[in-house]
Structure formats: C-alpha cells, structure tokens
Design a protein around this ligand. Structure first.
Ligand SMILES: [Zn+2]
Length: 398
C-alpha cells in the first residue's frame, strides 16, 4: 500500500489528508493547456472517498471551463441533445425528475447546463419556469437558441445575482469536475426553496471496472472526484442534506459505449457527524480492480504501438486517451507529422510543438494514421474511409 501524508489536496469530503495512492496519472497536454499534466488518484483512508490529488485550484478549473469548453461544439459534444444516444439519456433523466416533482409550475435550474439538452426535454414535458446556468457564453447561447430556455453565464461558484430560489436544482455531470466539493454542496442550499430538491448525477466509480472501454478513461484531466453510492451519500449527509433516493443507471459516453452513472435526489436536512464516516472497502476493491485492468489494457496498446514500423505517423485524436498514450507508451518516441482532430476548438493549437490540423487538411496519402481513441474509433474510421476517402494505412488501438 502506497500511503501519502499529506496530500496536496485534502479529501474534499472529510478534510483528511492521509491517503493511499491508487494510481499515478501523467498526460502530455496541448501547449498552453490550463490544467496540470499529472496527479495521483488517491483513496481517503478516513472516509473512503476517491479523488485526484491535483495541485490545480478551483480558479484553475473555472478558467479552463470558461475558455476551452469542448461542450460548446454542439455537433460533437454531449449535453445538447440532438444525437440519438444523448437524447435517450436526457429523456430518462427528465422522466425521473418529473416523477418526484410533478408540479409543472415548479422553478428548476440546471447548473452546468452545457447546451441545454435536459432543459429542452423538461420544457417539452410542460415545465415552464426553467433556467440554465453555464460558464461558457456559447453554451448559454445554444441553450437559448436550440431549446428556447432562458440561460445566463455563471457557475455554482459565481451564481448570477438575484436569480432567487428553486424547487429543484440539477447538477448533472458537474460534481466530478469540482475542486471545492464541500463548499459547493453547502452553497447549494442558498439556491433551494425550503422544501426544494437536488438532483445530482455523476459517473459511478464503483462500476468503472465493469464498463472499462478506454484504459483509465475516468482518470482524466477533468474528472477529479470519483463517487460510489456510499461516498455520494456521505458527501451530502456531511453537508446538511438527506438522501431520498440514490440509484445507478447506464448512459452512453458515445454511441454504442455504455457508461455507468450514479444519481441521487436530496432534500435539506441535518448534517451528520464526521465521526460517522465509514470507508467502504468494497468500493476500494472496485477501484483497485479498475486500475489493474486499465494497466493491462495500456500494456496491450503499447504492444501494438511498438510494432508500428513507419518512420512517421499522423495521430487522429488529441483527447484524454491520446494524452495518456503520449505520456506512457512508445508513442512518445514516434515521429508525429501532425495531430488531426475533428473539433474546431483544437485547430491551430499545438501538442508537443506539433500542429493540430482539421481532417480536411490531410493531404498526404502514404503516412499511416493512428486512430488514438477507443470511444470514437468506429466513427473516425468511417470518416477517414467513407467521408474523406483517404486510403492511408490505418493503425487502430484494438
Ligand atoms: Zn475523506
């Protein structure tokens, strides 16, 4: 067991700083990237929470999400609705909300609303007092234009003035991104009416191993908190809420890629004493199993990469898996002619000093293309062969 005391970032649930290191994660990040290129994923020995012991502050994350949000590109991101798999996820969530809050005149705010997809579905269900809040001005525009729901820029930390209180506050796939977790949870009370409800949805770390597709997929630069059912409950109960329902669900992280999520409904209640924290050993084992199988998968990928004998490569993808492979496999030693990325927000940037270009800018038909993603391997392969008609040799990760 690899113990560390003190952690750089004390446990965001209980404040303890004596932790067990589960995994050391490194990334090669795009030049000028606003988040750190390494951290330890740790397990709090006192309360059993799992999180990234990152040196980045809440301000660093605020700046990152305001300036470089991938969620703005509505054609390729989730949270906007519009694609079949994303729409199904949003409809299921809206139905669960309507079950506990049937009153269509209820005031509902979605904090971190991305492109407003969930609010759009709630509007279709007849809710008419809706508000979206997102740090990205482009997401605010998309929420208003795509779904006709009012939205304002801000975050759970910088709430717009005079927005009042709400019968329901939604934070869907937000808390895994938040550095100051306990403060955030306590501050949510100010947004709620006395009998208001919180709807929280986060990735389910207790099932990362069961749904493993890309190695260490959730140990990425953006997800810094890893919840299991017991630690989601502990976080809220320690900060003055009562869980009325906690459940597990499956969503899709990209078409055909199932992904485990955890949701909870909470009302305000009495805070429980910190002494009641009970580390959940089963969750600990589930996380260890995830790191073991992810490591095996990285090794299998490295094996494939080490067999590439071309002097130069085009690397399609600059996302989380590409950043890890560049840091931790023989891809680090390859001659990379260019990175290719479908998201316009990345075009013109550089990674290791090498340009990131748009797919349409590939002019060389000889250099092999490494498809540096597992989650989007199928769509990208189709794009290369069918849409772009490129005949370059392809290297796939599996
Ligand atoms: Zn803790």
């Amino acid at each position: 067991m690899n113990l560390k005391d003190p952690a750089q970032r004390p446990c965001p649930v209980c404040g303890n700083s004596s932790v067990e290191v589960l995994h050391h994660q490194k990334f090669i990040v795009p030049d000028g990237y606003l988040l750190p290129d390494r951290y330890d994923v740790v397990w709090c020995t006192r309360c059993g929470f799992a999180y990234a012991d990152t040196p980045a502050t809440q301000e660093d994350y605020d700046r990152y999400y305001a300036q470089s949000s991938k969620y703005e590109d509505n054609a390729t991101s989730t949270g906007g609705g519009g694609s079949g798999f994303d729409q199904k996820r949003l409809e299921d969530t809206a139905a669960a909300i309507a079950e506990v809050l049937p009153d269509r005149s209820a005031r509902i705010v979605d904090v971190g609303c991305a492109n407003g997809g969930l609010l759009g579905v709630l509007k279709q269900l007849g809710y008419d007092h809706l508000l979206g809040i997102d740090p990205s001005p482009a997401c605010v525009r998309n929420t208003e234009q795509l779904h006709n729901v009012p939205a304002v820029t801000g975050s759970f930390r910088q709430l717009p003035a005079n927005i009042g209180t709400f019968d329901m506050v939604i934070l869907s796939h937000v808390l895994e991104h938040v550095a100051d977790l306990a403060t955030t949870v306590r501050d949510l009370k100010a947004l709620l009416t006395p009998r208001g409800l919180l709807y929280i949805e986060v990735p389910d770390a207790s099932r990362y191993a069961e749904f493993l597709l890309a190695p260490f997929q959730d140990f990425n630069t953006e997800h810094i908190n890893h919840f299991g059912p017991s630690s989601l409950r502990a976080l809220f109960e320690a900060n003055g809420f009562t869980a009325t329902r906690i459940g597990q669900k499956e969503i899709e992280s990209s078409p055909g890629c199932p992904y485990p999520a955890l949701f909870g409904f909470f009302t305000t209640g009495a805070a429980t004493a910190a002494a009641e924290f009970q580390p959940d050993e089963k969750f600990h084992q589930q996380l260890l199993s995830y790191t073991t199988s992810s490591r095996a998968k990285i090794q299998a990928i490295d094996q494939r990469l080490s067999q590439i004998d071309s002097p130069s490569l085009l690397v399609w993808g600059t996302g989380q898996l590409a950043m890890k492979l560049l840091a931790e496999t023989s891809l680090a030693q390859k001659q990379i002619a260019a990175f290719v990325d479908g998201n316009p927000i990345n075009h013109g940037k550089t990674l290791r000093g090498i340009p990131i270009i748009a797919p349409e800018q590939i002019t060389d038909a000889q250099t092999p293309i490494l498809v540096a993603t597992l989650l989007h391997q199928r769509e990208i392969t189709a794009r290369i062969r069918e849409d772009l008609g490129l005949t370059n040799p392809l290297v796939l990760l599996e």
